[in-house]
Design a binder for this molecule. Structure first.
Ligand SMILES: *Cc1c(COP(=O)(O)O)cnc(C)c1O
Length: 388
């Protein structure tokens, strides 16, 4: 039996997988079971932010794994404390809650917003406004929060209390806000929804409307966070800091970790017994996250991310057959004139390049530390496919 047959026999068929068995990787290149190598322009799905088995990351993970792999949250560990301090210091948030994924991070934010409002105003102020075309996760609650009809099937009944406003439509948002609303949750750049950035005007309006009514702003930075867009948080580029920011994907360089960050106003809302996670703040994941954070916040690293993003975007825009290039920083959407995104992904795979799709676009989320040499090689492959 091949690995593909074996896996399909025992793992539920929830994913459309490409016919490749990946075996090992180093930095920005991985190899399959036949020894064929691939340049990675996807980083998992924006998770392996420093590429495969980065030296500093591997060292941090292995050292911690040999020392203490887990304790429950009934006890303290230094690495968990150090990591939280480092994240809060770097992002300017007061406190965080540790979990293991993006969906869990958003679940935490939703619970926090509802309790913040309940504590202050009592029952009934529980509605969360999210945006059409958003993606917030696969659990029942975060599916309900996700503003795409395709996700609202089979699993009825969904969680109540979500309302969807059109992205970049200030009037629509205004019409959805009433006295039952406790939070607005948004991605600065909608990732799964097609790599579309919100407009500055819309983001400004969200903060203004929410500020007036003590409605919390939740920024889902699960995909945009930890340097992906060229700043540590994408919110910095819009000149705003959300009351609550959720992180996951790239935060621990490919190990499962999520964090829900809260500002001073709501850092004490989730108190003893109101929330929890068995694996949250796992020591090995914390060590990994600290290695990522140390790299990403080092002098000049993020300006280098911005320079590479600019370089890639210019080169992509010059390819015949590319209609537009969207997103922010190294979160890149490529709209094609004629070719279908999935055909491009398959052709790229054939030629040794891993890329992703988002709706009808080709999506690139290269490792933040990708080299110009690999950028050039990868772009050459993409160009040959799109122009070919
Ligand atoms: C991927 C993603 C999620 C879900 O993260 P999981 O780790 O798969 O639960 C939530 N929000 C955004 C913006 C994402 O990109």
């Amino acid at each position: 039996m091949t690995t593909q047959e074996k896996l399909s026999a025992s793992v539920m068929g929830t994913y459309g997988r490409f016919p490749v068995v990946l075996e090992e990787g180093k930095d920005n290149v991985c190899r399959d079971e036949n020894g064929k190598s691939y340049i990675d322009f996807g980083s998992g799905i924006g998770t392996s932010s420093l590429g495969y088995c980065n030296d500093a990351w591997t060292e941090a993970v292995c050292t911690q794994a040999k020392k203490l792999q887990h304790t429950s949250n009934l006890y303290y560990t230094k690495v968990q404390a150090d990591c939280a301090e480092a994240i809060c210091k770097a992002t300017g948030y007061s406190k965080l809650f540790y979990c293991n994924s993006g969906a869990e991070s958003n679940e935490c934010a939703i619970k926090l917003a509802r309790k913040y409002s309940f504590d202050k105003y009592g029952k009934g102020r529980h509605t969360i406004i999210t945006l059409v075309n958003s993606f917030h996760g696969r659990t029942m609650c975060t599916l309900s929060a996700t503003g795409q009809d395709v996700f609202h099937n089979y699993f009825f009944p969904f969680v109540e209390g979500f309302r969807y406003a059109e992205a970049n439509n200030i009037e629509d948002l205004k019409s959805k806000i009433d006295d039952t609303v406790c939070a607005v949750m948004m991605e600065y750049v909608q990732g799964e929804g097609g790599v579309n950035a919100l407009s500055q005007e819309f983001v400004d309006a969200v903060y203004e409307m929410c500020g007036e009514k003590d409605i919390l702003v939740i920024a889902d930075e699960v995909q945009t966070g930890v340097g992906r867009t060229g700043t540590l948080l994408a919110g910095e580029q819009f000149g705003h800091k959300a009351d609550v920011t959720t992180l996951a994907k790239g935060i621990a360089g490919g190990l499962p970790m999520g964090a829900c960050l809260a500002n001073e106003k709501c850092a004490e809302v989730l108190d003893k017994g109101s929330h929890g996670s068995t694996f949250g703040g796992n020591p090995v994941c914390c060590a990994a996250a600290m290695a990522v954070l140390k790299t990403v916040t080092a002098d000049g690293f993020l300006s280098e991310v911005q320079a590479k993003a600019k370089y890639i975007r210019e080169k992509l825009s010059a390819i015949k057959g590319v209609k537009s290039v969207s997103g922010l920083g190294l979160m890149i959407g490529v709209e094609l004139e004629e070719k279908a995104a999935l055909d491009v992904v398959n052709a790229a795979l054939e030629k040794g390049l891993l890329v992703l799709t988002a709706k009808t676009k080709v999506r690139l989320l290269p490792p933040l530390n990708i080299t110009y040499d690999e950028i050039d090689k990868g772009l050459e492959i993409l160009k040959s496919i799109i122009e070919g």
